[in-house]
Design a protein around this ligand. Structure first.
Ligand code: ADP
Length: 401
């Protein structure tokens, strides 16, 4: 079965076409700069990359570009577009309602619209992408896979804030968590690498990319995660501040900052960028720190310290820790930072093996030493493969063969 996975943002649509259940990728790419006078197509297939300026004034047009490319006589990978039997959509917010991936119907569309209140930058473009796909492939099964779904198992003790209870009842202000598809995928791979049933394993998954989040996965279920009502909470990220004393905002409001400015400060001007004053990109910071840039080094040190602190907190929260997983652009690619995060943690039972940690291959591997009680892994995340797997399962339920 051919399954198209779609990740629609405000001005781009990313896609991957899978052949299931083999999980092989037939093509991947994106249409970016949708809505601008000229949009851009990047299409990768058979080790070939095709780029072109395209006409995509809106998401419907962007979706048509993708489908006609996939069925193109020269650079396409299917002969007819209706060979695509199902489409899996990444959707950021599923509120408290969606505990897993679902087949999209009118009710699901209404709910995604309703949760746009909680994810105003993400759910609206996700919804536009879904409608465009429904329009272009009316006979395909359309599935929604939510970033929040994996975290719906978090107990109330961990998801409620210490605010008046009515704030939760009235506004549904609580911890939702994000990157759920990634945390679920790497926790599942971790159990497989340990040759254990996932219900028997307690793991801390560290998704460290531009956005960063940590999850305590106890017996296969998310029991706590560092991002909260929004992705702002938790560890220090590229441009987000992570955990701060909320009174800082009142203090700055008294000094004349308005809500818009504070929002921009915390989401776009803080984190690695704000502390270093030079970049939100970890590779740049490592380079500059090695050249002696003090604030670049300080940003890196704060970044690592916060992650170490969360590992300690989640170990205590779960009572027993079996494994730690590093994933995301930073987690997968930087041995130095993994070493710094895990240094001096023999009390918790973590010891990194320098040779395994710095090895280039395989990408998915154990990096802790033989003596380490807690196993530490690098596991490249693959949210699209997880979405394809969920969509395949749902499509089979809809159309049993
Ligand atoms: P996103 O969250 O946007 O998907 P990624 O998961 O691709 O982002 O992560 C992007 C981050 O990963 C950037 O800060 C980038 O500098 C960092 N990164 C990528 N490769 C390396 C590397 N070899 N060493 C350190 N950081 C890296």
């Amino acid at each position: 079965m051919k399954i198209l996975v779609i990740n629609a943002g405000s001005s781009s649509i990313k896609y991957q076409l899978f052949e299931m259940p083999r999980r092989s990728i037939l093509a991947r790419g994106m249409v970016e700069r949708i809505g601008e006078p000229q949009a851009n197509l990047v299409h990768k297939y058979n080790n070939t990359e095709h780029t072109a300026g395209v006409d995509a004034p809106d998401h419907d047009a962007g979706m048509q570009v993708i489908l006609s490319t996939l069925a193109d006589a020269k650079i396409g990978v299917v002969s007819r577009i209706d060979e695509i039997q199902a489409v899996g959509h990444r959707v950021v917010h599923g509120g408290e309602e969606f505990t897993g991936s679902v087949v999209i119907n009118e009710h699901v569309l209404e709910s995604i619209q309703r949760y746009a209140d909680l994810a105003p930058l993400h759910n609206p473009p996700n919804l536009i992408g879904i409608r465009a796909a429904m329009h272009a492939l009316p006979d395909a099964v359309q599935a929604a896979c939510f970033d929040t779904a994996f975290h719906t198992s978090i107990p109330k003790t961990a998801y409620l804030y210490g605010l008046p209870y009515e704030i939760y009842e009235t506004y549904r202000v609580r911890r939702y968590g994000f990157h759920g598809t990634s945390h679920r995928y790497v926790a599942g791979r971790c159990a497989a690498l340990l040759d254990a049933d996932k219900t028997q394993v307690n793991v801390i998954t560290c998704h460290l990319g531009n956005g960063c989040s940590m999850t305590a996965v106890k017996g296969g279920k998310s029991v706590d995660t560092s991002m909260g009502l929004t992705p702002l909470e938790g560890v220090v990220m590229g441009t987000r501040c992570g955990d701060i004393d909320p009174a800082i905002l009142f203090y700055l409001a008294d000094k004349g900052y308005n809500v818009k400015q504070l929002n921009a400060m915390c989401n776009k001007q803080s984190g690695l960028l704000g502390i270093s004053g030079i970049s939100n990109d970890m590779r740049n910071l490592l380079k500059r720190a090695a050249e002696g840039h003090r604030r670049a080094q300080l940003a890196i040190d704060i970044f690592c310290y916060r992650i170490t602190k969360y590992i300690g907190a989640y170990t205590a929260a779960m009572g027993r820790l079996d494994a730690v997983v590093f994933t995301g652009g930073i987690g997968e690619n930087n041995a130095l930072l993994r070493q710094q995060i895990c240094a001096d943690q023999t009390q918790i039972g973590i010891a990194i093996d320098p040779t395994r940690n710095t090895a280039a291959e395989p990408k998915e591997r154990l990096i802790s030493s033989a003596a380490s009680r807690v196993r530490v892994f690098v596991i490249p995340t693959d949210e699209e493969a997880a979405i394809a797997a969920d969509t395949f399962e749902l499509a089979q339920q809809v159309n049993p063969s």
